[in-house]
Ligand binder design. Sequence first.
Ligand SMILES: [Zn+2]
Length: 379
Amino acid sequence: MNSSILKLLKKLISKASISPNDMGCQKIISKELYKLGFAIENFKIEDTNNMFAKIGNKHGKTLNFLGHTDVVPPGNLLNWKYNPFVPTIHDNNLFGRGAADMKGSISSFIISVKNFLNKFVHKMKGRITILLTSDEEGSAKNGIKKVVKYLIKKKEKIDYCIVGEPTSEIFLGDTIKNGRRGSLHLKLYFLGKGGHIAYPNSSENLIHKACFFIHDLTKFDWGDNYVDKDEKTSVQVSKIFSEDVPENVISENLFLRINFRFSHKVSVKQIKFCVRNLLNYHNIKFFMKWKLSGKPFITKRGKLLDIVNKTIFLLNKKKPKVSISGGTSDGRFISTMKSEIVELGLLNNTIHKPNEFVNINDLNKLSAIYQKIIEGLLL
Ligand SMILES: [Zn+2]
């Protein structure tokens, strides 16, 4: 067992770095990287800590590890068996907020880099960089998005990027990602005609209209049926609100909050157009507010994906599934640098939940996988 991964991970979990607070996590990681000879730039942007560390020769290929030191809030502490910010080992599992998403992956890749450099620093052909933010789980506005803009300006390049998000589903390495769906938010206000509940013909019941509208919207064919089930465009209504009126009154307005997770086969323009058409079809008067929180991206399949596939196959005797399912990730910002991106990390079955944990063997396995990938790309 590699005790340095656990040691580092325990230190990171002990910091209650609820997004966008870093709480000193990046300092802990910097200390490890300084010892290895990394040059480190820190970017404090408003409430967010970001860092970019690099080592090696810029003229070779650059392999970047991307991660976030922030975590989601623990929620109701009564649902936790152990304090979420006191790392606790039970049955070979380490419990704590961020154990899987994604302080565990960060610890694994830092130690894999350390082991690689200890062995091969003089043979390394290219460069290793590490990019971290403390705002991935929150608004993400002062995180990787802004740092990438700076890096592009500085003519930095990233050829390959490994994102340490927890992509595994049943066993380590069963699923990896080379893209993500986009995310589009809609606030929708229906405007109608209120009235006495006993005279529905002289008013317009927006709640009834909303039911039919939602039915059609959630059944809508976005034309991407040929992609995998969890990669298709999906629509979720997350809030319906109507003002509190007396019992015998039909309300004259209604509010809906809707999110679209859309594949790269569907455009924002197309979604907006179809939603408007559907509203008109249901004869609904409305006004709406859209917010695009992430464009979909999918990166080319090249050397990185090849090596990741081979490395995982050697370990699991099974190739990983390459998927674009799940939420957005900071990989979307790196994709603007034209890098080849693969997301590969721990199991995601306890992330954002009470009693988040990581299996200790998985940490070691993941670190070994990362190290093999570095060797495959930079030797
Ligand atoms: Zn994450």
